[in-house]
Every structure is written in structure tokens, then in C-alpha cells.
Design a protein around this ligand. Structure first.
Ligand code: VAH
Length: 317
């Protein structure tokens, strides 16, 4: 029987992924963990533990004592915050992954999931329909940490047979957790401003097109990947993945259909430089071929779903 540990469970992806894993495996099979002990309030539906992913002995004890078979390692510092705290971000994003991969080898974990990002691509990478094996020239701390992390995943698979699987997520948009310091998190905050009847101040220019995905699609892709037969997995660094691409102007106009008085101001900041070096659209054919990836949400469908649900969640996040 699977027993699954989710690290960084209180983050945007972790919050929704933990709920989905409970639906699939039963809440008694899932342990949510986070460094922030206040996060326990978010996990009344499953076991929660405070866990520092940089503490190898604590992580080893948790895996052994709770008979963990799979770990979804989501604890990380995202792109915008990483530029403000580069050495901390590098240490957390890479050292915690290496600690986990070494424990996966030592304790023979069944499977490990680790999120990478389209941030592995940089200025010299093709911007349109960026291929799985396109040149990676990440020029952000976050992107560099994801590039290196992918190489470690491939190394531990090929040298130590650790079944670690990974996805290069685009910008992820959800309503069940606060934006977490990502460059694409403008696309989360814009919904809050529209619902509050406030002017939205976009820190990206109107025509900045980025690959994006609604959180239910992100959790679906993660679970589809982790449930695929090992023989189907031909990419052991990290799979390109996407669902849609849009600009701040396009999501603003989609919201304006529901909130005619909604207004936007474009005030680009340091995050514009980060976004300008990322791909605009992604080729995720490997994911579609290997484990039948297929998104369910486009911009209009996502917008309708968030507008319907956010009011209920707004005072819970
Ligand atoms: C970020 N949401 O903005 C993340 C993501 C492609 C971007 O990795 O940092």
C-alpha cells in the first residue's frame, strides 16, 4: 500500500495536490508536511507534520517511522523571491533535492516527484514551441537550480535506479493558496483584484506572453505521470508541459467580460526581465506521447471556474 509524503504541502501546488492525492489514495495514506507549523490548519483532512527538508535525519526518520513509499518534493523558493535571496534559494532548491534523492536510494523509495519549470529555458532558448531538448540557458537563480536539479534526477535514475519523475511546469494558477513569489503569480493576483473591484497593477508588460496552466490540470498531469508504468517514462530529466499561453492583456480582457468596470495599469518591474527570457509557448509532445497528457482547461474555462470558486476560498488562504 502506498504511503505518501508531500513536502512544501502548504504552497500553491502542494495545497491542491495533497487534496487530490487524498481523493485517490485515501487521506490515511497521505502526510502533508511544511516548514511552517501554522500550515497545519490547512490540512484537517489528512495527517500533517512540521518538516525541514534541509534536515536529512528528520527526513530519514519521517520516511522510516511513517513507512513512506513515495515523496512529492514541492518545497522550493520560486523565481521572483529567488532573485532576492539567491544563495538561500540555491541551497534550498538543490540541497533539499539531493538529500531526498540520496534517501530515496538508501531507503529504496518506490517513487519520487520533483517539479521543474519552463524557467530552465533562457535568453538563447527558442521562444516559440520550445522543444523538450531545446538549449537551456537559464539566467535566473530559480531556473539555474531547476536545470541542475533535472540533471541530478537523471543521474540518480541512471546510476542508482531511483524512480524520480519530474515536470517542467509553466505558470500555475490556483485559488486555494496565496501567490508564492513566482513571476507568473500576477495571473493569480489579478483574480483577487477583479473580485475586490480594485485596479490591477501588472508587474509585466501587456504583451508578455507566457505558458500557463490551471491548477487542476497541474495536479492531473502530476498524478498521470506518477501513475504511468515506469517503462513509459522516456524522459528522466523533466518533461516539458503546458496547457495554454496568454499575456496580461489577454487575461485582463477575459476578466473584463465578467467585470466590465475592471481596470489595469502596467507597471513593469524586475520580474519583466525574468519573464522576457522565458518561452512564450511550449512543445510538450513527449508528455502527450509517453503518458497521454491532455489538458482540460483553457483561459475562458479557467476564468469561469476561478470566479465561481474564489469568493468561497478568499478568507481561507
Ligand atoms: C514562477 N510559478 O513564476 C513559477 C514558475 C514558470 C514559472 O516556475 O517562478
Amino acid at each position: 500500500m502506498n504511503k505518501i509524503l508531500v513536502t512544501g504541502a502548504a504552497g500553491q501546488l502542494g495545497t491542491e495536490l495533497t487534496q487530490k492525492l487524498c481523493e485517490i489514495h485515501g487521506s490515511e495514506a497521505i502526510i502533508a508536511s511544511d516548514i511552517n507549523q501554522n500550515s497545519s490548519a490547512k490540512f484537517s483532512f489528512c495527517q500533517f507534520m512540521v518538516l525541514d527538508v534541509m534536515d536529512k535525519n528528520s527526513l530519514r526518520n519521517a520516511i522510516i517511522n511513517e513507512k513512506i513509499t513515495q515523496v512529492y518534493h514541492l518545497a522550493a523558493i520560486l523565481s521572483a523571491t529567488a532573485e532576492q535571496k539567491p544563495l538561500l534559494a540555491w541551497k534550498l532548491n538543490i540541497d533539499s533535492l539531493l538529500i531526498l534523492l540520496d534517501l530515496a536510494k538508501e531507503l529504496k523509495l518506490d517513487r519520487v516527484f520533483w517539479p521543474s519549470s519552463i524557467a530552465v529555458f533562457g535568453k538563447e532558448s527558442p521562444k516559440i514551441n520550445t522543444a523538450q531538448d531545446a538549449v537551456q540557458t537559464a539566467n535566473t537563480v530559480y531556473g539555474i537550480s531547476k536545470m541542475a536539479g533535472e540533471r541530478w534526477c537523471d543521474y540518480y535514475y541512471s546510476h542508482h535506479n531511483v524512480d524520480v519523475r519530474s515536470l517542467r511546469f509553466p505558470g500555475l494558477i490556483g485559488y486555494k493558496a496565496k501567490p508564492g513569489g513566482g513571476t507568473t503569480d500576477y495571473a493569480v493576483d489579478i483574480f483577487h483584484k477583479a473580485l475586490a473591484g480594485q485596479v490591477f497593477r501588472s508587474f509585466l508588460e501587456k504583451e508578455t506572453r507566457l505558458p500557463m496552466m490551471y491548477m487542476p490540470d497541474a495536479t492531473k498531469a502530476t498524478i498521470d505521470l506518477m501513475q504511468a508504468p515506469s517503462d513509459n517514462i522516456t524522459v528522466r530529466s523533466s518533461y516539458n508541459l503546458t496547457a495554454m499561453s496568454f499575456t496580461p492583456e489577454e487575461i485582463f480582457l477575459e476578466l473584463k467580460k465578467h467585470f466590465p468596470e475592471f481596470k489595469i495599469k502596467y507597471q513593469p518591474d524586475y520580474r519583466q526581465e525574468i519573464a522576457s527570457n522565458w518561452p512564450q509557448t511550449i512543445d510538450d509532445q513527449y508528455a502527450r506521447n509517453d503518458w497521454n497528457w491532455q489538458q482540460e482547461y483553457d483561459l475562458p474555462e479557467m476564468t469561469k471556474d476561478i470566479i465561481k470558486n474564489l469568493p468561497y476560498w478568499i478568507d481561507k488562504i
